[in-house]
Design a protein around this ligand. Structure first.
Ligand SMILES: Cc1cc2nc3c(=O)[nH]c(=O)nc-3n(C[C@H](O)[C@H](O)[C@H](O)COP(=O)(O)O)c2cc1C
Length: 327
């Protein structure tokens, strides 16, 4: 099994695509913490085709986070293939792989036959993958779920069809579409997919610590570990997982170190993105401050901040309030 991506480690630990979360600023911070590979937020192939500037801005990749995969969603083979060619042309060197989203559970996506709806129509998904793989100068992967629902859990059959259609790598999130993000991710199903195909498979679902990363690896023998919610407000999880894989101790960050990272995140966001979007930082600040003394008041103040500089001032003051506090 050779990985089509050039990661530093044989067993890569990667940041999952997360709409509204895994933007270029957060991806870079995760890379600085040892994340081996990242994905853009999902990008609409149709949106790109019709030239939406907001859609286009999702493709921005900074040199510090190279290489990165672009995740596209769509269901029309011609449009998806054309957009892959365009992305490969326009982003030469920044992008190592194209991933097709076949797992998104949101009704506005599945209602168009995209995302996890493709798991209900394997021939259609196979035509899409075949066209994409043929058109693409880059490896094409796809990310999907255990199945649409428990009764129709078809990840193994789906994985085989994707492999035969030219996919270079697969990622399986061990939940059904019906489960959304509830219940436990089924790692046995991921293990069955790993067994069924000869291309690399990344395991995804419920990796929240070094221990759960080792469990994912041992249970599934996957070729890479994909972390989503475990990285929210906690880019240190990549250091923790790498330490667990290397069998060395990991010292968790102090609250001050966590807020230092929160501040860097906010400063990066405000300087590199449209500063008017600063309210998008609220959720990140809430995640970073989870469990800290004074976090409730901090979040309230963050939500009331009227300008980017006011927000930065609030973060700095909260960080200062933690200095010297025994944890
Ligand atoms: C806020 C949020 C946004 C997400 N956006 C995407 C996305 O754009 N593309 C995708 O394939 N999956 C997306 N996902 C799913 C995650 O990539 C991942 O499969 C899922 O959260 C399970 O992993 P976890 O248990 O580590 O969180 C999203 C999940 C969350 C929580």
């Amino acid at each position: 099994m050779t990985l089509p991506v050039f990661t530093k480690h044989k067993l890569p630990v990667v940041l999952a695509p997360m709409a509204g979360v895994s933007d270029s600023v957060f991806r870079r911070i995760c890379v600085e913490h040892g994340c081996d590979f990242t994905y853009t937020e999902m990008v609409s192939a149709k949106g790109l085709f019709y030239g939406g500037s907001k859609t286009k801005s999702l493709l921005a990749v900074s040199p510090a986070e190279r290489p990165c995969a672009v995740q596209l969603f769509g269901s029309e083979p011609d449009i998806v293939s054309d957009m892959i060619k365009r992305i490969a042309d326009e982003t030469a060197g920044d992008i190592a792989m194209i991933d097709i989203n076949m797992g998104c559970p949101m009704p506005k996506i599945t209602g168009n036959g995209e995302g996890s709806a493709l798991m209900r129509d394997i021939p259609k998904a196979a035509r899409l993958m075949e066209a994409a793989a043929k058109a693409s100068p880059l490896p094409v992967s796809c990310k999907f779920r255990k199945g649409w629902d428990e009764k129709s859990a078809n990840a193994v059959e789906f994985a085989r069809a994707m492999e035969q259609s030219g996919a270079a790598l697969l990622t399986v999130h061990g939940r059904t579409r019906e489960q959304l993000y509830h219940g436990r991710a089924d790692r046995d199903m991921i293990a069955r997919v790993v067994e069924a195909v000869s291309i690399p498979v990344f395991g995804n679902g419920d990796i929240f610590s070094g221990g759960s990363a080792l469990d994912m690896l041992e249970t599934t023998r996957c070729a890479g570990l994909m972390v989503a919610r475990g990285a929210e407000g906690n880019p240190f999880i990549f250091d923790e997982i790498r330490a667990a894989l290397d069998g060395v101790p990991f010292t968790p960050p102090t609250d001050v170190q966590r807020m230092d990272e929160a501040l860097r995140h906010a400063e990066g966001f405000i300087s590199e993105k449209d500063p008017r979007l600063f309210p998008e930082l609220r959720k990140h600040m809430s995640w970073y401050s989870k469990g800290m003394r004074g976090a409730i008041d901090f979040r309230r103040a963050v939500n009331l901040a009227g300008t980017p500089s006011e927000l930065l001032g609030i973060i700095r003051a909260f960080r200062e309030s933690l200095v010297g506090v025994t944890e």
